[in-house]
Design a protein around this ligand. Structure first.
Ligand code: NDP
Length: 341
């Protein structure tokens, strides 16, 4: 196969506050035919994730910042279309981190093969991928739920939250989630079958609304949002409760540091444990995650939703939509056709 033209999305300037589509640019590059030991991959799906917002700032963190005028990176599933390496055959589906572009070369060392017979290929970016594993590790390792305990989950209809809710149910807990629309609340109650759900955008007093649904308090708060949600959860925690600090999406676009929870002293009086984690520190749990999730999906015990935006040129819009609640479940961008569908 000769060289191909590949569109890619670059970061044009670092966003201030909520990103704007003008912070990104589409460029076209030539990707040469694979050299010896290389394969050419055509991306089919790419993931947009809230953590990418942090990488758009020029600030030290657990992953380096994205570079300006270079293609962005992130989870993607594609298919090998030309190969000069025994590690990859034409037609193989692969999971990698070279999203935000149509084609790329790889020696296979940075890719994992994906079996399309086990589930839709895009599931490896959601329920069977990083977000699913984040829910699994965060809830089970940090939250340590026991049957009969009470669990509150914020951003509960999202990629991570929806899975955290359902794992908590599988573990015999009473689960309440919060989400930003009535449709999301209905899905949580009717399809994910959790015990209670709040549309936080309608709540005049979030703490009081949560309190009504947890008359005896919360054992585990699975935190995805921060800000007012954290204050409200702290108010309602039981003594010796655990707060799993997974994410704080309400803070990611802040242009200045806001004061922290006004009631953090409750962590002392209630003897709470607040524990942050990053899923990539727990890759030793991946086999257990895939085994559990595979079983739960086969048994029909886990449901999930996806929002699929078509076209690589719309990837910035999809990413920005994460901060406006435009996704219902996992937000994905479809870059090209999947020949198997
Ligand atoms: P989601 O699929 O949940 O998408 C983001 C959702 O967050 C939106 O749909 C929206 O839903 C909600 N949201 C956005 N802005 C706000 C706001 N200001 N206040 C309240 N809710 C808001 O994303 P993910 O499932 O991928 O990620 C969920 C969280 O988990 C994020 O904080 C992310 O950073 C974190 N994370 C952490 C990881 C780790 O290793 N620690 C790994 C992966 C994710 P709604 O309509 O309900 O408002």
């Amino acid at each position: 196969m000769a060289e191909v033209l590949s569109r890619e999305i670059r970061l044009k300037k670092r966003p201030a506050g909520i990103p704007d589509e003008s912070d990104f640019e589409v460029a076209e590059v030539r990707v040469p035919e694979p050299g010896q030991g290389e394969a050419l991959v055509r991306n089919i799906y790419m993931s947009v994730d809230p953590y990418m917002r942090g990488r758009m700032n020029d600030a030290p963190s657990y992953v380096p910042p994205f570079e300006l005028s270079k293609p962005l990176e992130g989870g993607c599933v594609g298919q090998v279309v030309a190969s000069k390496t025994g590690a990859l055959q034409v037609g193989d589906y692969v999971l990698g981190m070279k999203g935000w572009r149509e084609f790329y070369l790889s020696d296979g060392g940075d890719l994992a093969k994906v079996d399309p017979r086990l589930g839709p290929i895009q599931a490896y970016l959601g329920i069977l991928g990083m977000p699913g594993m984040t829910a699994h590790v965060g809830l089970l390792e940090m939250g340590r739920p026991k049957p009969g305990e009470t669990v509150f989950v914020s951003a509960a209809s999202g990629a991570v939250g929806s899975v955290a809710c359902q794992i908590a149910k599988i573990k015999g807990c009473r689960v309440v989630g919060s989400a930003g629309s009535d449709d999301k609340v209905s899905w949580l109650l009717d399809t994910a079958k959790i015990d209670g759900a709040i549309n936080y955008k309608r709540a005049e007093n979030l703490s009081a609304e949560i309190g009504k649904l947890f008359p005896d308090g919360i054992d585990i708060y699975y935190e995805n949002v921060g800000g007012k949600h954290l204050d409200a959860a702290l108010d309602n925690m039981k003594p010796f409760g655990r707060i799993v600090l997974c994410g704080m999406i309400s803070q990611y676009n802040a242009t200045r540091r806001e004061p922290g929870p006004s009631n953090l002293f409750l962590a002392i009086t209630k003897r709470l444990t607040l524990q942050g984690f990053i899923v990539s520190d727990h890759m030793d749990k991946r086999a257990q995650f895939l085994a559990d999730m595979g079983n739960w999906i086969r048994e029909g015990r886990i449901k999930w939703k996806e929002t699929i935006v078509e076209g690589i040129e719309n990837a910035p819009k999809a990413f920005i939509g994460l901060f406006k609640g435009e996704n219902f479940g996992k937000m994905l961008v479809k870059i090209g056709p999947d020949p198997a569908v």
